[in-house]
Design a protein around this ligand. Structure first.
Ligand SMILES: Nc1ncnc2c1ncn2[C@@H]1O[C@H](COP(=O)(O)OP(=O)(O)OP(=O)(O)O)[C@@H](O)[C@H]1O
Length: 340
């Protein structure tokens, strides 16, 4: 059973939303229904997110990302379609059950941190637990453990304004972790941060995720960020799904012209890995130097400057094949799938 499932989901703002859904359901673009005086934010979106997966929703401003994520935790009611969390259709839940869902199953990290300015870092991190009525001692112990996890030990008695942007967002993340929900929604959570801090936060999230194995739905307008973080990426355009796939699938088999234009700016050497550059025809050489399958191609250059071939091994130590300079160059060439 998927952790989250969206089925033919629509959100149309405006009085004539139902008629809009009818007209959009034949695949029409949202610009064709301007006579109805509505805004079609999310149109016929379907996907499944597996437990433990990081699923990134990527799209430009206005593509419907925030509206979509708000339907996943019941903050917005869909105009049509359903959302299931752990197999339960949340679109039919009462207000009280939705509150429980947000307290116990799905937490959220916001772009602008959403910290309470007059409360300490510790109180902010414990806030979700306070709303759930946990005793002070327990919520502070749990919050403290999560502040340590995100590297904020020693800052717990400060106020948010005494922290940098990156640190404030770590508090937001600690608060979501303290709630101990299986699912975390992150809405442009790193977009307000400077590029270097943003990269640090991405690294930290990847490391935390290795330990915790949460189900994360992450929203971003940055395809490089999407490809770094996402097990799979859903590209949204004008409210509709343009493509869903792994970074590699999107780079090598863009579904349409729009996605093709988008991936032009992606640094393929950082997204594609040793695994994606394996030479299917090369016999495994037990003497060759070994690299992890998940190593980005950009990190193979040093080794490849002195060795003709490298042996690629999985996390479990299984030999997957060989990479050579030729196979690396072939993997990096855009549109290699089309060239057969
Ligand atoms: N409450 C609302 N009422 C009317 N229109 C809305 C409402 N919320 C969002 N919209 C519209 O829905 C469309 C999608 O907005 P949404 O915020 O979901 O996109 P987004 O991809 O998250 O964009 P951004 O990155 O700018 O936040 C936009 O045209 C927006 O103006």
């Amino acid at each position: 059973m998927p952790a989250v499932r969206a089925d033919n989901l629509y959100k149309v703002f405006g009085k004539q939303s139902r008629s809009a859904v009818e007209r959009l359901s034949d695949g029409s673009h949202r610009d064709t229904i301007t006579d109805l005086d509505v805004t079609a934010a999310v149109i016929d979106v379907s996907f499944e997110v597996e437990a433990g997966e990081t699923f990134v929703v990527m799209g430009l401003s206005g593509s419907g990302k925030s509206t979509l994520i708000r339907m996943l935790n019941g903050l917005l009611e869909p105009t049509a379609g359903t959302v299931e969390v752990d197999g339960v259709d949340i679109t039919s839940l009462s207000k009280k059950h939705l509150l429980n869902l947000r307290g116990e199953k799905v937490s959220m990290v916001f772009q602008h941190f959403a910290l309470l300015p007059h409360r300490t870092v510790l109180e902010n991190a414990a806030y979700g637990l306070e709303l759930r009525g946990l005793p002070k001692q327990e919520r502070e112990t749990r919050a403290m453990r999560n502040l340590e996890m995100v590297g904020l030990e020693g800052w717990e008695h400060k106020l948010p304004h005494q922290l940098s942007g990156g640190m404030q967002q770590r508090v937001g993340l600690a608060r979501a972790l303290a709630a101990d929900t299986d699912i975390i929604l992150m809405d442009e959570a790193f977009s307000a941060l400077d590029p270097l801090i943003r990269r640090d936060m991405q690294t930290q999230l990847l490391e935390l995720q290795k330990q915790l194995g949460k189900t994360i739905i992450f929203i971003t307008h940055d395809l490089n960020e999407a490809m770094r973080l996402g097990d799979r990426i859903c590209v949204l355009k004008d409210g509709r799904v343009s493509q869903i796939g792994t970074a590699e699938e999107i780079l090598n088999k863009p579904a349409n012209e729009y996605v093709t234009r988008f991936i032009e700016d992606v640094d393929r050497t950082r997204v594609l890995t040793a695994a994606s550059a394996i030479d299917a025809d090369a016999a495994a050489d037990p003497e060759a130097r070994q690299v992890d399958a998940a190593t980005p191609i950009a990190e193979l250059y040093d080794d490849m400057s002195t060795a003709d071939q490298l042996r690629v091994v999985s996390e479990e130590g299984e030999v997957l094949g060989m990479v050579s300079r030729g196979s690396v160059l072939a993997a990096l060439a855009p549109g290699k799938e089309d060239q057969g």
